[in-house]
Structures are given as structure tokens and as C-alpha cells.
Write a protein that binds this ligand. Structure first.
Ligand SMILES: Nc1ncnc2c1ncn2[C@@H]1O[C@H](COP(=O)(O)OP(=O)(O)OP(=O)(O)O)[C@@H](O)[C@H]1O
Length: 247
């Protein structure tokens, strides 16, 4: 399998302050990769860089997948739930890449939307405004939208945070299904047991990469301690590419 993503001495950050520093490596097609690390390690920043929301300060990301084939699910806190839209319409947005913003929804599309809503266990919620959903119901709705997107590269930022065990199990099963279909999935996760059980590969980040490879070889006590130390020692005001921060 070839690389779908290549990081070339990548630095991402905000207002010239790096948040992810000197990242290099490849993500192969069909990978199921967890991105782990302490708070502030740069995990969300990396996903934003891959999704094209944030441009590199230095280095680059080579991606062989067209942006229309990339799906990005931000952290729940970043999603505006006050937007007046119901479950059905939010899920149907997963077809936008096919139908266009103002394209009509054909009968076959309606069947697919209903099927996606049923797959995530939300039958009967079609007309509910998203602002009235519980956190778990909202996340199921967003996964139904992802189902319709049929993206080749799926980026998930803390997709299982604050969800009950049943919801997590259902959504993990969807992630595994996507991966079984050959899609590449990157997920930012804090639950290391979940990562060990379901994600074969892990990138451990602490502004810089600490380790990247087989999950059992990455999530070791020494690596996790090093990541904690590196994040604690990080200077938030470090200038762009300060030599002492270089890998
Ligand atoms: N919009 C922004 N403007 C300025 N700094 C930012 C912005 N977003 C994130 N940062 C900073 O970038 C650094 C990395 O943040 P990021 O959100 O990528 O970390 P994270 O690993 O996803 O953390 P968490 O586990 O807490 O979600 C932090 O120091 C954060 O304060």
C-alpha cells in the first residue's frame, strides 16, 4: 500500500508560534491510526492541517487524496449546535459532495439517508432539531453523515469523548467497518485502552513526534512519560523554529 499522507518536516501553529513541530513520516493507505498525546500536544492542530483548515508554517503535507474525498469530524465543542437544522437534513449533508449544495435529493438518496440514520440507531429522530439531541445522539448523527460521505480519508477528533460504553462500541464498529472497506482513518483519542484494543498503529505526539508505529510498541510507559515531560517543558511562546526545540 502506498502513502496517502506524507508529512515533510511539518510545522503547524498559530500566529507564528509552532504547535506541531518537525513532524515527518507517511500514513499508508488503509491505515487505522490513533493520534495520542497529552492535552496541548498538537493533535487537533495536526488534524486541522491535514483537513486543510490550517496552512503549514513550514514543511508540507503531501496528500494523494482529493479534498472532496476527505471527511473531517472536529471536536464536539467546535460544532455549533444552535444551527437550526434537524437530524435528517444534517445527515443528508453527507451527500453534498455528490449532489452539490442546491442539488435535489433523489428517491434513492432518501433511502440512503434513512439507511444511514437507521445504522446509527436513530430511527424516529429524523425531525429532531440537533440542538435538542444528547451528546451521544449528536455524535451518532454526525457518524451517519460520515457514512454517506464515503470518504477515502476520515479524520476524527476525539469522536468518543463523553459517550457511554454502548455508543462507543457502536461507533467503533463503524470505524472498523470503514477501515475494512479500505478507507484510511486517523482518530485523536485519549482512551489508551480503546486504542490498544482497536487501533493497530499509533502516533504519539508531544508537539514533536515521540513515537510512531505499532501501537504496542508506541504506547509504552517510557514513551508516555517522555510525552508528558515534553509537553510540560514546552514553551508556549516559543518562536517559530527555535533551534533548541528542533528534533
Ligand atoms: N486557534 C488557536 N490559536 C492559538 N493557539 C491555539 C489555537 N488552537 C490551539 N492552539 C494552541 O496550540 C497548542 C496545541 O493545541 P491542540 O488543540 O492542537 O492540542 P491537543 O493535543 O488537541 O489538545 P487536547 O488534548 O487538549 O484537545 C496549544 O498550546 C493550544 O493552546
Amino acid at each position: 500500500m502506498g502513502a496517502v499522507l506524507s508529512f515533510r518536516d511539518l510545522t503547524l501553529g498559530y500566529e507564528r508560534h509552532p504547535a506541531v513541530h518537525h513532524l515527518a513520516g507517511d500514513v499508508t493507505e488503509g491505515a487505522l491510526l490513533a493520534v495520542c498525546g497529552p492535552n496541548g500536544a498538537g493533535k487537533s492542530t495536526l488534524l486541522k492541517g491535514i483537513a486543510g483548515v490550517l496552512s503549514p508554517l513550514a514543511g508540507r503535507i503531501d496528500c494523494t487524496i482529493a479534498s472532496r474525498d476527505i471527511a473531517y469530524l472536529p471536536q464536539a465543542a467546535e460544532i455549533d449546535r444552535s444551527f437550526p437544522i434537524d437530524v435528517y437534513d444534517l445527515v443528508s449533508m453527507g451527500l453534498w459532495h455528490r449532489s452539490g449544495l442546491f442539488g435535489g435529493i433523489a428517491r434513492a438518496d432518501r433511502a440512503r439517508i434513512e439507511q444511514a440514520i437507521a445504522t446509527v440507531g436513530l430511527e424516529g429522530f429524523e425531525n429532531r432539531p440537533i440542538g435538542t439531541l444528547s451528546g451521544g445522539q449528536m455524535q451518532r448523527t454526525l457518524f451517519a453523515r460520515l457514512l454517506l460521505q464515503e470518504a477515502r480519508l476520515i479524520l476524527l477528533d476525539e469522536p468518543f469523548t463523553a459517550l457511554d460504553a454502548g455508543t462507543v462500541a457502536d461507533l467503533v464498529a463503524l470505524v472498523e467497518r470503514w477501515n475494512g472497506e479500505g478507507r484510511t482513518v486517523l482518530a485523536v483519542l485519549h482512551d489508551l485502552e480503546l486504542v490498544r484494543s482497536h487501533f493497530p498503529q499509533t502516533l504519539l505526539l508531544a508537539r514533536q513526534p515521540v513515537a510512531w508505529g505499532e501501537t504496542r510498541e508506541v504506547l509504552t510507559t517510557p514513551n508516555l512519560s517522555a510525552a508528558r515531560r515534553m509537553c510540560e517543558a514546552w514553551d508556549e511562546t516559543a518562536p517559530f523554529c527555535a533551534p533548541e526545540q528542533a528534533a
